[in-house]
Write a protein that binds this ligand. Structure first.
Ligand SMILES: [Zn+2]
Length: 446
């Protein structure tokens, strides 16, 4: 039996399932698409969402990320702090009465936020922001958690990259100006983990180094962490070889006391540690989040960090018990990326896609994903403070609004084109905005 026939027979066997529309799908939406959108959007706005990737916190908080924006980085149009949509954000969240952010107008917003922080002291302020946005829960992907974020609403995802940079990093730091910013921050992060575990200096033995890594992960989990995150694409290519432990051990012993490894030796060591961490994620039930899109900084190398480089790791049966979340869904390679979600343990997060693209373009991404593996995609904002005036609050708002409107539009087209029913559209909306992500951490949330 050839393949198309088998697929056809299978469809016949399935028969009329309620969430498929009754007729063959059409290539264009009908004139009803706007009405369907208008019906879906208010219902989608009522779904309490789970933000699967975000950096909540105040602009002056250095723990918002384990790295920092490189100086003078080129920012794509919509992510700039002069995006006029941010006026709408300030209006919706704080009743901002102006149409620009001139210094005297911006002062109104700074004062207003200060007043609200007094009214909602401690963790209540950011809880109130989540409430305004109908976000039930948000990941806090941060270097360390902040005491002003409510651990019941904000779930910590820590950074695991720094374990890959324990040696003398003078070559790594000198590669370009961006690495000059990033790598010292990785060294700082590693030292913070050492302090956490009361280790004054790196162990001489490789087995003790691996034991130290296990302890950090387990302790972070005890402190409430729900996942580990890699932003390794910022620091090196994401092609990972599969060296034996003896090779990594030999490199560790030769360089742990301060000599400078060659680039090749460093990469081999890192390849081993990366795979060790990925394996640990399975053993400890700690999902692995991986930055999989372009990144900030003019030296970010997209071809060397292409999401498809990770295919050999994601499809490796040794890691079948590790849950992978591909943060930013491989953007701008999201079309290829969705096929990685064929793996039962691989999920795609759409964050950043909805901030860098306008809803008309982001809608296409969501539609294509919803038509392929709808049960493997999750919502996130990637919110991040813009500056001292415009904070994570406005960024959250833009991410939430863009995602909900693009989702409603994508689903409205699918309904109008005869692909799915309206009730199925709402099921898909619940899955994407909340249920699929929440399920990954069931029993591990507070
Ligand atoms: Zn992020």
């Amino acid at each position: 039996m050839n393949q198309p026939c088998r697929v056809g027979c299978l469809l016949l066997m399935l028969g009329p399932i309620s969430y498929f529309a009754a007729t063959q799908a059409r290539p264009f939406p009908g004139p009803d698409v706007k009405q369907i959108y208008d019906r879906l959007l208010p219902q989608i706005e009522k779904i309490p969402a789970f933000d699967h990737h975000a950096h909540p916190g105040y602009a002056d908080d250095p723990d918002i990320d384990a790295m920092a924006a490189p100086p003078d980085a080129s920012l794509p149009l919509r992510t700039r702090d002069d995006n006029p949509e941010l006026v709408d954000a300030a209006k919706a969240l704080f009743g901002y009465p102006y149409t620009d952010f001139s210094p005297e107008h911006a002062k109104w917003l700074i004062d207003k936020k200060a007043e609200l922080r007094k009214q909602h002291p401690g963790a209540a302020y950011f809880d109130s922001i989540l409430d305004k946005l109908n976000l039930e829960t948000s990941v806090a992907n941060r270097a360390m958690m902040a005491d002003y974020l409510d651990p019941k609403r904000f779930l910590w995802v820590f950074f695991a990259d720094s374990f890959m940079w324990p040696f003398n990093n003078e070559h790594e730091t000198a590669r370009n100006p961006d690495e000059g910013v990033f790598i010292p921050l990785q060294e700082k992060m590693l030292h913070r983990w050492m302090q956490q575990e009361n280790i004054p200096k790196l162990p001489v033995k490789f087995s003790d180094y691996l034991e130290f890594i296990v302890r950090v992960l387990a302790d972070n989990q005890k402190k409430g962490a729900i996942a580990m995150k890699f932003e390794v694409a910022y620091f090196r290519p994401t092609t990972f070889s599969d060296p034996p432990r003896t090779q990594a051990e030999d490199i560790y012993q030769r360089y742990v006391s301060g000599a400078v490894p060659s680039e090749q030796e460093y990469r081999i060591f890192q390849d081993y540690i990366f795979r060790f961490l990925v394996g640990l994620g399975g053993r400890l039930h700690l999902p692995v989040h991986i930055h999989s899109a372009v990144g900030i900084g003019d030296y970010f190398n997209l071809s060397q960090s292409n999401i498809m480089n990770l295919e050999s790791v994601l499809r490796d049966p040794r890691y079948h018990s590790t849950t992978f979340v591909m943060i930013h869904g491989g953007y701008p390679l999201e079309r290829e990326a969705i096929w990685l979600a064929a793996m039962k343990n691989v999920y795609l997060d759409s964050s950043f896609g909805e901030l860098v693209q306008y809803p008309s373009a982001f809608k296409q991404t969501l539609k294509m994903w919803l038509e392929t593996f709808p049960d493997k995609i999750t919502f996130g904002t990637d919110c991040f403070p813009y500056n001292q005036v415009l904070g994570a609050e406005e960024s959250y708002w833009l991410g939430v609004q863009s995602s909900r409107t693009a989702l409603a539009a994508a689903l409205a087209e699918m309904v109008s084109e005869g692909e799915i029913t309206e009730s199925r559209a709402l099921e898909l909306a619940h899955g994407y905005l909340h249920d699929t992500a929440a399920k990954l951490y069931e029993g591990r949330m507070h």
